[in-house]
Design a protein around this ligand. Sequence first.
Ligand code: C2E
Ligand code: MG
Ligand code: MG
Ligand code: MG
Length: 286
Amino acid sequence: RAKNEGKNNFKFFSKEIDDESHFRHYLENALRGALSRNEFEVFYQPIVNLRTEQIVGFEALLRWHEPIYGDISPAVFIPCAERIGVILPIGEWVLREACLQQKQLRDEFGFDFIMNVNLSGRQLREFDVVHKILDIVSETGINPSSLNIELTESVLMDNSQSTINKFHALRAAGVSISIDDFGTGYSSLSYLKRFPINTIKIDRSFIMDIAHDSEDQAITLAIIALANTLKLTVVAEGVETQEQKRILRLNNCEKAQGYLFSKPLPSTALRDTIESFLQPLYDQTA
Ligand code: C2E
Ligand code: MG
Ligand code: MG
Ligand code: MG
């Protein structure tokens, strides 16, 4: 029927896929071909050291420029890509892109920025995930210690020996590991001991009201103290205001990430952004 409606084709089509399950079906099909159609792009969000206020690393964040719907949030399409399995080639592509970008920035600035890359649970469950990661590290020529793999708490709930072994293999090769969205999952502090992790990323939901909600502030400061005691790096996610930054810095939070410093950026904007962060330091010595 839609075929015969001429100009109304698109209208009919979009009304149809307004329906939740049709939308999901559309996404699944579109996702399968998105990589080969070059619809993905990796954005990079700066991570700053709160003491020096310099950019010390980036988080690679996937963007999908979908031809009909425009940009679709990774919060929507990543779970879909996991369900249908295409997260494996897509995740591998993101990792390679991010490593190539890291290498380019190192060559350009003579500084080894840390590149954080999100790994889905589906990827971690692959038996050869560690080899895949290390192959890309050596293929792109980056320093393994400049790669940080981000995993969410839900992934750590699977505390099988094979998962723990993968963590140890990554660490042995020099790659570091973050727990992402810390505090939102089924938090069991015991995995801080069981898994060889380097970094805790405090979820944005705690940082959001840190200046006005005394409970959120107490939880955040407790996580920072815990991380510092365990000699883990701690990163506050979603920092948007000067007041949040002030509280975090005052309480020895090492690093932060958020719109206050920078939104996730296309690779073409990285050079200028890094340089704009360097500027205040020059001013101080002038
Ligand atoms: P995440 O790993 O926790 O990434 C942080 C998210 O917070 C990003 O959303 C980022 O844009 C957003 N964010 C950063 N600072 C602020 C801020 O100050 N305010 C607000 N409101 N938001 C901020 P994004 O890029 O939409 O990604 C959402 C989630 O999708 C990520 O959460 C991650 O779980 C997943 N994701 C993104 N890229 C990848 C990927 O390449 N692989 C996998 N497996 N997951 C990915
Ligand atoms: Mg992340
Ligand atoms: Mg996060
Ligand atoms: Mg988050």
